[in-house]
Design a protein around this ligand. Structure first.
Ligand code: NAD
Length: 346
């Protein structure tokens, strides 16, 4: 795996130089899916693009697109021209680069049906005259098989590399999306890295190239599977220690310099008051929703089955998250709320 931030700095410098030239051609972008993540990502992208570029945004929730474009137009300093599109196909019609950030595989497939139907309706000649092949960057967390299906549909609708679809799921949450500090896990051919990385670095601070198309999602799902298990195990161990009479802060400080240390113990500790900035210390509000954790676990299990990889802990973990989400006191909260579901002392 390569950290492309180092490898592609020369390309980024070249692109920055190009921005200062008045002869630079216009780049058209489409951003589809303006939810918790996409809204902030599109805002950062637009603000960092030069004023002769255009970005057309679309969400089935039209109010989100209208609000975002109002916000983009109101900002003082520069940024690309922002417009609201009426459909995914309308957003993508003129775009050189289309970015999608949608919840589930079915939403990604539906957006691409609209996009490819629009291209189908355009004259072949118009497509052929486009100076740049179209690039599709899907930042949604979906399963690698669905992602490959969409990639195949794109390359069959736009053959001879006139359309290339890559996966770039991200980590960093809403806080990272807002601050523009996301980490992207990229699945793409080497030859596209120089084009993709400067775009992603307008929304994040790191691009990790994991391999060919689909590899970014495999890396993302493997990581989130591990996180799903670590989170439950941390909640169990903390609950156990507290029931034995240990002070939770003392226990966390032992774990965090010992072999049990992990992100849920150190940064996202599930016991209220142990880490002031963790969701547990604000009634499990914000953070990484238990519903999203369930979704990622389900996708990891699906992909594991396809690869014939055993995940003996997955069924139990899935059952824990399902049961926790079914309780009103846990529903919609950060996934560390599993500690509350265990009746941990708060
Ligand atoms: P979200 O549910 O907040 O937003 C999704 C948006 O997509 C909504 O605004 C919805 O109206 C829109 N949408 C649905 N179908 C559409 C369609 N066909 N065309 C256009 N718009 C459509 O989700 P989110 O939290 O922004 O997450 C987006 C993706 O990023 C998910 O795959 C998620 O797993 C992943 N992700 C989320 C986080 C996080 O902390 N929220 C972190 C990392 C990755």
């Amino acid at each position: 795996m390569k950290d492309t931030a180092r490898l592609w700095r020369p390309a980024l410098r070249a692109q920055r130089r190009a921005f200062s030239s008045s002869s630079r051609r216009l780049d058209n972008y489409a951003f589809i899916g303006l939810g918790q993540m996409g809204y902030q990502m599109a805002r950062n992208l637009q603000a960092k693009l030069p004023p002769n570029d255009t970005i057309r945004v679309f969400d089935i929730n039209n109010a989100a697109a209208e609000k975002l474009v109002r916000e983009m137009k109101a900002q003082q300093a520069g940024g690309a021209v922002a417009q609201v599109a009426t459909s995914a196909g309308d957003a993508a019609r003129e775009a050189d680069t289309v970015i999608t950030c949608l919840p589930e595989p079915k939403h990604v497939k539906s957006a691409f049906e609209s996009i490819l139907a629009t291209y189908d309706a355009i004259q072949n000649g118009e497509l052929l005259s486009r100076p740049k092949p179209r690039l599709f960057i899907d930042c949604s967390t979906i399963d690698p098989t669905s992602s490959r299906e969409v990639a195949a549909a794109v390359s069959s609708a736009l053959p001879n590399r006139r359309g290339q679809f890559v996966d770039a799921p991200m980590s960093g949450g809403v806080v990272g999306a807002t601050a523009g500090t996301l980490t992207f896990m990229l699945g793409a051919p080497d030859c596209l890295l120089g084009r993709i990385e400067p775009i992603l670095l307008r929304m994040g601070k790191r691009v990790l190239h994991c391999g060919a198309q689909g590899a970014g999602l495999s890396a993302k799902l493997a990581n989130n599977y591990l996180l799903a298990i670590e989170n439950i195990a941390t909640a169990e161990a903390m609950n156990l220690g507290v029931k034995w009479g240990l002070d939770p802060k003392v226990l966390a400080s032992v774990i965090n310099v010992s072999t049990g240390r992990c992100w849920p113990s150190e940064v996202n500790n599930p016991v209220p008051g142990v880490v002031d900035t963790a969701p547990a210390s604000r009634d499990y509000a914000g953070g990484f929703g238990i519903g999203l954790m369930r979704k990622d676990l389900r996708l990891a299990m699906l992909a594991a089955k396809e690869a014939d990889a055993e995940l003996p802990l997955a069924d139990k973990a899935s059952e824990v998250y399902r049961a926790a989400e079914a309780e009103e006191r846990c529903k919609g909260r950060d996934f560390s709320v599993v500690y509350r579901w265990l009746d941990g002392k708060e």
